[in-house]
Design a protein around this ligand. Structure first.
Ligand SMILES: NC(=O)c1ccc[n+]([C@@H]2O[C@H](COP(=O)([O-])OP(=O)(O)OC[C@H]3O[C@@H](n4cnc5c(N)ncnc54)[C@H](OP(=O)(O)O)[C@@H]3O)[C@@H](O)[C@H]2O)c1
Length: 264
């Protein structure tokens, strides 16, 4: 039986475990989680996750180890577990800005290592997880994709694109939230109460994303379907562009990217 441990089970670690616990195959997997403040893991414990403050002890019991601490703590955790890592282990870091080369330095030579960049929609199994690997067999890549498919969709990418994946996939949640918030505020100004404006906006945004996913279409194709000549949609859209809508979004994405260390 494969066993999965999240070392440093905070926001993203909990989202990943919550998602995996809901997956169809969860009864064929064993789950472990660590952090110092164990009280915070009570909800996971109640769902059958074995919890501990001892990273090394957990690393001995599980074979797929997901390192989910803040980037500056990754080396500390890897050094702590290094002695118990063997050829059966697969080490997966979700920390942004920590390269496979840096991870490798703290583990026995040849250890199968992965970087994965999920987002917080993991908790509802709607993440997109970008994955890259080193020293991994085809089966291990498949297994890691399978694990992350428990929390949404997966894509295997070159490690050099991991920075871009962090911005588009993980930070992207925040950009989308800000868009949704602005739309709700517009709806309130038009006369809806906040709750109703939120209900209409969120379902509309969900529907828009699903149209692209399910129709495999380009956003502009879907826009053409709702823009009557001289109509209210194109009038509003063009005003948004005059005010710099697309440009502001692209510039924000690039600014976020400039903020991270692109060598990782
Ligand atoms: N949040 C996101 O959307 C997201 C998305 C993709 C990737 N990431 C990456 O995921 C990582 C974690 O982010 P986060 O937002 O989940 O941070 P977080 O909520 O602070 O989670 C990190 C956890 O690590 C625990 N921890 C610290 N030292 C530890 C130790 N020595 N042993 C065991 N556990 C320890 C902390 O809990 P205690 O203090 O109780 O130990 C904390 O709960 C980051 O590297 C980030 O780049 C985050």
């Amino acid at each position: 039986m494969n066993s999965i441990a999240v070392l440093g089970c905070g926001n993203i670690g909990t989202s990943i475990l919550e998602g995996l616990l809901k997956s169809k195959e969860s009864d064929q997997l064993q789950f472990f989680a660590s952090r110092k403040n164990l009280d915070q893991l009570d909800p996971l414990r109640e769902k059958g996750v074995h919890i501990s403050t001892n990273n090394k002890e957990i690393a001995e019991k599980a074979n797929y180890l997901i390192i989910a601490v803040k980037p500056y703590k990754v080396a500390e955790i890897l050094n702590e577990i290094r002695d118990v890592i063997n050829e059966n282990h697969v080490v997966i870091s979700v920390a942004s800005e920590v390269s496979l080369a840096e991870i490798e330095e703290h583990l026995p030579k040849g250890t199968s290592i992965f970087r994965a960049m999920p987002n917080t929609a993991s908790a509802i199994q709607e993440s997109i997880s970008c994955i890259s690997a080193k020293h991994a067999s085809k089966d291990q890549v498949q297994m890691v994709e399978y694990l992350f498919s428990g929390i949404g969709r997966t894509i295997v990418i070159d490690e050099e694109l991991m920075g871009a994946a962090t911005i588009l996939g993980a930070c992207g949640i925040a950009y989308a939230m800000r868009f949704i918030r602005a739309m709700i505020q517009g709806g309130i100004q038009l006369g809806f109460d906040a709750k109703t404006a939120s209900k209409i906006t969120t379902q509309t945004v969900k529907g828009a994303a699903d149209l692209i996913i399910q129709n495999n279409s380009h956003p502009e194709m879907e826009i053409d379907k709702v823009t009557t000549p001289k109509g209210c949609t194109i009038t509003g859209l063009n005003e948004m562009e005059h005010q710099g809508f697309s440009s502001a979004l692209i510039q924000g994405i690039v600014k976020s990217f400039d903020k991270i260390d692109k060598t990782n």
